[in-house]
Design a protein around this ligand. Structure first.
Ligand code: C2E
Ligand code: CA
Ligand code: CA
Length: 723
């Protein structure tokens, strides 16, 4: 061929050439600046050439010469020299491309290796391009080409390929499960081997699963997807999943959104916490269980109640809350022992479970107290049917060791209609109904209804008014005379509190005293009655009358929350009256709580000279041992026994009680005497004192004072200046 390449820089810009003077690339590939990679072609050199066949002349840029390390003399020499520097494996292919380009104008672009040293000891990668300019007749006007050193670029992409592989291996063999899912159709794109093992999909084809297959609760998946879409990632979400075969798996899920071939996917890393969770659940289960009966305990019950309320707020179905207690549990415990009591409770639990439907909840709240949440009771008839079924089932005889007993129960029911009440109100209503059921001998269960609701409202109202009455000292005291059983002379009296309520008129103490005991106001009321009584005794004396001892009722709550001794002492001193004019009535219930505290106060009262009497005797819990322990000197036999006197088979009861008191050398007072016949019998039985409407009703101080004898002149007024 013989033509020469023109060597010169004038034409370089026409078809490329050195850009070193126009563009500095230093620092443009920061991410590749790693020492293990060949340095990039920072000079940005790409060599160029062209050949004009018609003129048989061409051009080879200095950069081309530099890149290839050749300095050809003419076209043939170029082919010769260039062929030599090509890698042996690439040589034939490249020469064929180049010849075809020169002869036929066919362009090419290829990446091949060239060696720049004679020994071919190392190679650089170059991108070779050929192009041509052909006229309308198919005649080649110009062929040209370029060479670019891409050794660095090549190394980087190779490095990436290798690290892709390394990364893939790492993920595949990781000790934690990893799953990739496609967002669009929820299919699982990839399970790593740990995930395959855990989910039991070892030998199954990837892509055949939907991620939904592994969620126990589909709403968990929906939540996670929503969060993932909203924020791009979800971390540490605890979910109950399941394996392909259904084994439950507790997992902590962390996922983020990734793009795979243009598709939105989620890569999910799982942390298996099944073992921890199983333990946690077992512990929690135990904490929610009543150990004796395996029923829910109180805590679990309240949680269930909240859930039921929530559910009924969302749906439109209410539920019933039943509170239940056994009628003779205490007797069983006392007479047959705690072992028998336990058997009874366990059996009760089993029977209750049998009465209920799936979804109902039964719990033991403590002692012999059980509670039930029963759903789907659309009408009262069904509710009644359930209550009756429970009563019937529980009253079937049960063997406790050798003994066959039958135990009844009482049930209080409140109904939760959607959005009517909160948990504690429901419990309170059921409790009130239970209380009523226990009181009512004609039925074993009671529904909290409108009537009870009115009672509750009335009670709440009274409670509020009671506070005002106490702070404004709106109480007054009446006095009921007690007479000598034989002479019927007034020898003492009982102080009884009265409350004239501006709204409701006179409210019976039987109604407001229990409320005052519950909220503690009874202590203030007790003090006011004590003070009014002492003041009245002093007043009668000042009026020249001969006062008699007056007994004041003291609530158990007063003994427990305050100091009766102190309060009595204070009024005795304030009004300078002798202690024997003030007597204290306590009920049997006072004696069963905090016995030490009560005992000490009673002892001190007696020491001070105040007589302490046991009121309503026979109705409560006292036993003979009680009577021995307390310094009580007087019994007031309850009105119910006095009433019974005229009923044939009850008469002996009153006699036994009187006999018992006499045997213990106690003074006996019978109260509620309304008939002459009763008074006669009681006197004959040996009672010392009688009290009742037959003789006197409670009356104001003036009327009572009229019954007192006048002081004889010169009579030593023993009450004043005691001590
Ligand atoms: P209690 O201590 O047993 O008082 C006797 C109650 O029987 C009084 O009722 C009295 O009016 C009534 N009573 C007296 N004789 C007869 C009778 O022949 N027939 C009938 N059917 N009833 C008779 P009251 O005043 O309504 O008091 C009721 C209860 O309220 C008292 O029973 C007592 O437990 C309590 N209470 C009254 N005043 C006080 C007080 O100042 N403090 C405390 N803590 N409780 C009081
Ligand atoms: Ca009394
Ligand atoms: Ca009484």
């Amino acid at each position: 061929m013989g033509q020469k390449y023109t060597s010169g820089d004038g034409c370089e810009t026409e078809i490329g050439g050195s850009r070193e003077d126009k563009l500095s690339l230093s620092g443009h590939f920061p991410i590749f600046k790693t020492s293990i990679l060949p340095q990039p072609n920072v000079n940005g050199d790409f060599g160029s050439w062209y050949w004009n066949p018609r003129l048989a002349e061409g051009y080879l840029s200095p950069a081309f010469r530099k890149t290839c390390g050749i300095d050809p003399n003419g076209l043939d020499d170029f082919f010769e020299q260039f062929s030599r520097i090509l890698h042996a494996d690439d040589r034939d292919e490249v020469m064929a491309l180049m010849h075809n380009h020169h002869a036929n104008g066919v362009g090419y672009c290829t990446e091949k290796r060239i060696s720049v040293d004679a020994e071919h000891s190392s190679y650089r990668w170059v991108r070779l391009r050929g192009f041509s300019d052909v006229d309308a007749n198919g005649v080649i006007r110009l062929v040209g080409g370029a060479i670019e050193d891409i050794t660095h670029e090549h190394a980087v992409s190779q490095y990436i390929d290798e690290s892709d592989n390394r990364f893939a291996t790492m993920v595949e063999t990781a000790l934690f499960p990893l799953v990739i899912t496609r967002m669009s159709d929820r299919s699982v794109v990839y399970f790593n081997s740990k995930a395959k093992e855990i989910f039991g999909v070892q030998n199954l084809v990837d892509g055949a699963f939907s991620v939904s297959d592994f969620f126990v609760d589909p709403s968990d998946l929906d939540d996670i997807r929503a969060d993932l879409i909203a924020s791009g990632e979800v971390t540490g979400r605890e979910c109950m999943l399941k394996s392909y075969t259904g084994t439950p798996l507790w997992m902590l899920l962390s996922c983020n959104m990734i793009d795979i071939d243009g598709e939105r996917c989620s890569s999910v890393i799982l942390h298996d916490v099944t073992a921890q969770k199983t333990l946690e659940l077992r512990l929690r289960e135990q904490a929610r269980m009543d150990v004796l009966t395996d029923l829910n305990n109180r805590k679990a019950f309240y949680e269930n109640l909240d859930v039921a309320i929530d559910r009924s707020a969302r749906g439109n179905e209410g539920f019933a809350l039943l509170l239940l207690d056994l009628d003779k549990f205490k007797q069983v415990n006392d007479t047959l022992g705690h072992g028998a009591g336990d058997v009874l409770l366990i059996e009760t639990a089993r029977r209750l479970e049998k009465c209920l439907r799936r979804g109902d909840v039964v719990a033991r709240l403590g002692g012999d107290e059980f509670a039930i949440i029963a759903g789907q009771l659309k009408d009262q008839a069904r509710l009644a049917a359930l209550a009756e079924k429970i009563v019937a089932t529980l009253s079937e005889p049960i063997f406790l060791g050798e003994v066959e007993v039958s135990i009844g129960c009482s049930i209080g029911i409140s109904v939760h209609l959607t959005g009517t009440a909160d948990g504690s109100e429901l419990m309170r209503h059921a409790d009130i109904a239970l209380y009523k059921a226990k009181d009512d001998v004609t039925t074993s269960y009671r529904l909290f209804d409108e009537e009870l609701s009115v009672q509750v409202r009335e009670r709440a109202l009274i409670e509020r008014e009671l506070h005002t009455a106490v702070s404004h000292e709106k109480f007054h005291v009446v006095f009921q005379p007690r007479v000598d059983a034989h002479s019927r002379e007034v020898i003492a009296g009982e102080a009884l509190v009265r409350w004239n309520n501006p709204r409701a008129g006179l409210v019976s103490p039987d109604k407001f005293i229990p409320i005052a005991e519950e909220n503690g106001l009874i202590v203030d009321i007790g003090r006011q009655v004590l003070r009014a009584t002492a003041a009245q005794i002093a007043q009668w004396s000042a009026e020249g009358l001969n006062p008699v001892p007056i007994s004041v009722n003291m609530s158990a709550v007063h003994f427990l929350r305050a100091d009766v001794v102190e309060d009595v002492q204070k009024v005795l001193e304030e009004f300078s009256i002798s202690s024997h004019f003030l007597q204290i009535e306590v009920t049997e219930s006072t004696l069963i709580h905090d016995q030490e505290r009560v005992l000490r106060q009673i002892d001190l009262l007696v020491e001070m000279g105040c007589e302490v009497m046991l009121d309503d005797f026979g109705t409560g819990y006292s036993s003979l041992s009680f009577l021995h322990r307390f310094a009580v000197s007087t019994l007031k036999i309850d009105r119910s026994f006095v009433e019974g006197l005229m009923v044939q088979d009850q008469a002996p009861l009153a006699k036994q009680i009187v006999d018992l008191g006499l045997a213990l050398h106690l003074r006996i007072i019978a109260e509620g005497v309304e008939l002459e016949g009763q008074a006669d019998i009681l006197a004959a039985l040996g009672c010392h004192e009688l009290q009742g409407f037959l003789f006197h009703k409670p009356s104001d101080a003036e009327t009572f004072g009229a019954l007192l004898s006048e002081k004889r002149p010169g009579y030593q007024n023993e009450m004043i200046g005691r001590g």
